[in-house]
Design a binder for this molecule. Structure first.
Ligand code: FAD
Length: 454
C-alpha cells in the first residue's frame, strides 16, 4: 500500500478529513488528490472588461482546487440541522451539531477569530414571520466572508502541506477494490491505499455517478431547486440582516402548495455568475471587509422540485432550464420585478432608469420565457409575502436574476459511518448527496476521519 488513507477532492469535506486524521494520528500516511489547482493558483479569468463571460477553462477555478466550491464563497457556516444537508439522518442530530461546532472552532483557530456568529435564537422576527405565514428556520451562522474564508484556507493548507501528500491538477479516473484496500487510478499512475475517502462535491457529481455504477453502489436522485436571485437596496432587509445576517425563510404558496425558500443571503454583497458543466447560472457572495461591500443585498428564492417515477433526471431538468436562459440571454438574464408583473421584458433603457445599480452585468430580458409558470408564480407570491416583513421587496426596481439552480447530487447509499457497501470506502460531502453546505460537508469529513482512526 502506498498510503493508509487516500482522500479524493480537496473541498471542505476532504480538507477537514485530512485535518482530523493529522490531529488524531499524525503518523498516518495520507494523500489528497484534487483535479483543480492549489489555492494560490486558482484564478477565474472573468474580469468584467476583457473577459466578460465564462471561457470554459479545463478546470474551473471557482468550483475546483484546494478549498473546493467553497473557496471563493461567502464562507457562511450554518450550524443547524434544519438545512444544509441531511447528515443528522446518518449520524444523529447531536453528533452532527457537535461536529459543526468543532469545525467552527477550527475555522476560528485558523484565522476566523473575530468574525460574527449570528443566531435566530429568541429573535422577534420569528413572530413577525409567522404572523405573515412565513417560517423562519432555526440556525446559528458564522459569517467568515469571502476574504477571511480565503485566509482560513491558506492557513489550513500551511498546516497540512508538510504532513499530507497533495496531488493538485490530478483528477482521479477510477477506484478499484483490491486485496486489503483500494487502487486509485489517475492518468499516469495508480496509488494503493487501505482506506479511501471520496469527497468530490458537486463538480464531481457525474464522475461519482460513474464510480457508483462501476462499483455497483446503489444511488437515488429526484430533486432540483430552481429559482432566481433577488437583488434590492440593502436597507430593505437591513433590519433582518443586521441581526441575523442570513435568514432562511420558507413560504408555502397558496396556489400550488409548493414550498419557496430564501437561500444564501448576502447583505451588501454582489451577484456573481456560476459555471456548472458549462452552463452559466447565478449565485451571490459578500465580503466582511466594509471597503468591498456594495449598497445592495441579494438572496435566492428557490422552489424545490421533487420528481416521481418514471422521471429520474432531476439535474437534467434543471440544466435544460438554465440552458434556456443562456440561449436567450447569452448567460444570466436580469429583469425588474415591475416589468415581470406587467408582462414585459426589461430593456437596457428600463434598467438604466431603475433606482438600483445591478452588481452583475447580465442581459435585460424576460424570465417568464425561461421559468415554468408554476415556479414563477410561486416566486412572485413569495415576493409579495416577503414584502410584508421587509416592505420594499416587491418594489418595481427589485431585480431578479435567472436562473439560479441548486443541483443535488444523487444520494449514495452509505451507513452511519458514511461508509459505502465496501468496507473502508467512505463517500462524504456534497458528492454523497447527503450534504449541501460548507458546515455539513466539513463535519462529514471529521466524522469519517474519527471512524478511521478508531
Ligand atoms: C459560489 C458559491 C458560494 C457558496 N456559498 C456557500 C456558503 O456561503 N455557505 C455554504 O454552506 N455553502 C456554500 N456553497 C456550497 C459549498 O461551497 C459546498 O456545499 C461545499 O464546498 C461542499 O464541500 P465538498 O467538500 O463536499 O465539495 P467541493 O467543495 O465541491 O469540493 C470537491 C472537490 O473535489 C474535486 N474533485 C471532483 N472530482 C474529482 C476527481 N475525480 N478527482 C479529484 N478531485 C476531484 C473538485 O475539484 C473539488 O475541488 C457555495 C457554493 C458556491 C459555488
Amino acid at each position: 500500500m502506498n498510503y493508509d488513507v487516500i482522500i479524493i477532492g480537496a473541498g471542505p469535506g476532504g480538507i477537514f478529513a485530512a485535518y482530523e486524521l493529522m490531529i488524531q494520528k499524525p503518523e498516518l500516511k495520507v494523500a489528497v488528490f484534487e483535479s483543480g489547482h492549489a489555492l494560490n493558483k486558482r484564478f477565474c479569468p472573468i474580469d468584467g472588461n476583457k473577459i466578460k463571460s465564462c471561457i470554459g477553462c479545463k478546470s474551473c477555478s471557482i468550483m475546483s482546487g484546494f478549498g473546493g466550491a467553497g473557496a471563493f464563497s461567502d464562507g457562511k457556516y450554518n450550524i443547524t440541522n434544519d438545512f444544509g444537508g441531511t447528515l443528522f439522518e446518518y449520524i444523529g442530530k447531536k453528533n452532527a451539531l457537535d461536529l459543526m461546532r468543532y469545525v467552527d472552532e477550527i475555522n476560528l483557530k485558523f484565522g476566523g477569530e473575530g468574525t460574527k456568529l449570528y443566531s435566530t435564537a429568541g429573535t422577534r422576527f420569528k413572530t413577525l414571520c409567522i404572523q405573515n405565514d412565513l417560517h423562519l428556520l432555526d440556525a446559528s451562522v458564522r459569517h467568515l466572508g469571502t476574504d477571511i474564508n480565503y485566509i482560513v484556507l491558506e492557513n489550513i493548507f500551511a498546516f497540512l502541506e508538510n504532513k499530507v501528500d497533495f496531488f493538485f491538477d490530478t483528477p482521479v479516473d477510477s477506484i478499484e477494490a483490491v486485496e486489503g484496500g483500494y487502487a486509485v487510478k489517475c492518468k499516469d499512475n495508480v496509488y494503493e491505499c487501505e482506506k479511501c475517502i471520496v469527497s468530490v462535491g458537486r463538480s464531481g457529481s457525474k464522475w461519482m455517478e460513474k464510480v457508483c455504477k462501476e462499483l455497483n453502489i446503489p444511488t437515488k436522485s429526484n430533486r432540483v431547486d430552481l429559482g432566481v436571485r433577488v437583488e434590492l437596496p440593502a436597507t430593505v432587509f437591513a433590519h433582518l440582516t443586521d441581526e441575523l445576517y442570513e435568514s432562511k425563510i420558507v413560504y408555502r404558496t397558496k396556489q400550488y402548495g409548493d414550498k419557496v425558500r430564501t437561500f444564501c443571503m448576502n447583505p451588501k454583497g454582489a451577484v456573481v455568475n456560476e459555471n456548472t458543466n458549462g452552463i452559466i447560472t447565478v449565485n451571490g457572495h459578500s465580503y466582511e471587509d466594509p471597503s468591498l461591500q456594495t449598497e445592495n443585498t441579494n438572496f435566492a428564492l428557490l422552489v424545490s422540485k421533487h420528481f416521481s417515477e418514471p422521471f429520474k433526471d432531476s439535474n437534467g431538468y434543471g440544466e435544460s432550464i438554465a440552458r434556456l436562459s443562456n440561449m436567450l440571454g447569452g448567460g444570466v438574464i436580469v429583469q425588474r420585478f415591475g416589468d415581470l408583473i406587467r408582462g414585459r421584458r426589461s430593456t437596457p433603457k428600463r434598467m438604466e432608469d431603475a433606482f438600483i445599480t445591478p452588481t452583475l452585468q447580465a442581459t435585460p430580458g424576460d424570465l417568464s420565457l425561461v421559468l415554468p409558470k408554476r415556479l414563477l408564480d410561486g416566486i412572485i407570491e413569495m415576493i409579495y409575502a416577503l414584502d410584508k416583513v421587509a416592505p420594499g421587496t416587491a418594489n418595481d426596481d427589485t431585480l431578479l436574476y435567472g436562473v439560479e439552480v441548486k443541483f443535488y447530487n444523487m444520494e449514495v447509499e452509505v451507513n452511519d459511518k458514511l461508509e459505502s457497501r465496501y468496507k473502508g470506502l467512505y463517500i462524504i460531502g456534497d458528492g454523497s448527496g447527503i450534504t449541501h453546505s460548507l458546515s455539513h460537508a466539513s463535519a462529514s469529513g471529521v466524522h469519517v476521519a474519527r471512524d478511521i482512526v478508531k
